[in-house]
Design a protein around this ligand. Sequence first.
Ligand code: GTP
Ligand code: MG
Length: 451
Amino acid sequence: MSFSTICAVATGGANGAVSIIRLSGARARTIACAVTHRENWAPRHQYFCTLFDGENILDQSLVTYFQSPHSFTGEDVVEFAIHGSPYIKGRLLEILCEQGAVPAQRGEFSQRAFLNGKMDLLQAQGLCDLIASGNKAAHTIAMTSLDGKLSSRIAQMKKTLSELLAQIEVRLDDVDEEMTPLSPAFIAEQLNSVLSHIQALAATFSVGRLIKEGLKIAIVGAPNSGKSSLLNTLVGFDRAIVSDQSGTTRDTVEECLEINGQKIILTDTAGIRDHALDPAEQEGMRRSKRAMAQADVVLFVLDSTRPVSDEEKALWQDIQSQTGKRILLVHNKCDKPTTPCTLENQNHFSKVAVSCKTGKGIQTLKDLLTQDVTQAQSADGLMISNLRHYESLLRAQTELETALLQLNKNAGGEIYAEHIRRALTDLQDLMGEVTPDDVLGIIFSKFCMGK
Ligand SMILES: Nc1nc2c(ncn2[C@@H]2O[C@H](COP(=O)(O)OP(=O)(O)OP(=O)(O)O)[C@@H](O)[C@H]2O)c(=O)[nH]1
Ligand SMILES: [Mg+2]
């Protein structure tokens, strides 16, 4: 495969003391010679070079040459560690292009690494996620993808299916029936073993997605129950206004934070009551409901010093009618004498007594919020967080389930073999082995610049 030589800043947009410009392709070394006036390059050695802009000096730089195939992209690569001035960066890119390079597209270095067999698609996407990871949990998932653990799990499944398929197909060709037939029990056992791996992996998606995107939590409740106080306590500073007047919070207040290594997007909302004082409060309440509808977790905050009101009972009905969410009851103000809570079905939900005044119960609340992630991670650490991977797994799962169904119905080998073949293709697609070029282009275009 012959490609153009590409160049880009690999160190992001910020103006740090040092930036790296990466050059990859067949002409990388020649271009580096022209820019540095240096001829001899030992691979994987760093040279202190002067970078020339015609007769003038542009910068002094540490330059490293990686010889194909022992580089990130598998091509000849040169990396220039230059001073982080926007002028130097921009001018060096121009000079490299004057010498025959072209600006890299988003993700083009990774795409070349993939096309040159340096990594599979799961690893490439793991790398992209690793760069984007802003917390420990997201970092862990990305790492298991990048270091190939996820790929080897998929490879194991593919191996089982292709060996099984080969055994079935060889018997389909055996018209004289000289071979011992495969027992349906053996085929079912093989299919079930792959199915259980697929199901286990697909089941990690809901948590994997939350880890990558962040868990959206809405704090809802009646006015004055202490919602803004709870937001402030969780974020650790006075983000939202707190007062003893009902209806203090009007607009939603959103903060991003990390709890137990997990990304959280926390939204404080306007208290919900029957009669709004004015149109602004009414709009605030509409926004509260919207935040609740968009959340993964709803924290229903109750002032435990007073009995549950009718307004709170109505809101509770509304909260329970939300599907696909975790709901937690937060009994606030437990530093004061409390009144028993009388919400219907309350025992079906997790609850925690807290005090935003003293901090009591706050760590328990944090642990409850992140327990899904903690539990999911303590298994074998393998997790998927990418919708495309999830959908491929689901497709493979459906094919294998159909194959099993056909097998149980004593259908001909050619029928269930076809479903096994399709499942195999879905797993190959997951690894990028049969993925069409235009789809690959779209996947890599979501990567960051210079990677
Ligand atoms: N004793 C005690 N008072 C609290 C606690 N949490 C909040 N408060 C008080 O309760 C009052 C209302 O607190 P906010 O946090 O403003 O309540 P809110 O739910 O945001 O109220 P709205 O924005 O009006 O809906 C304030 O006077 C707080 O100081 C707590 O844990 N213990
Ligand atoms: Mg408030």
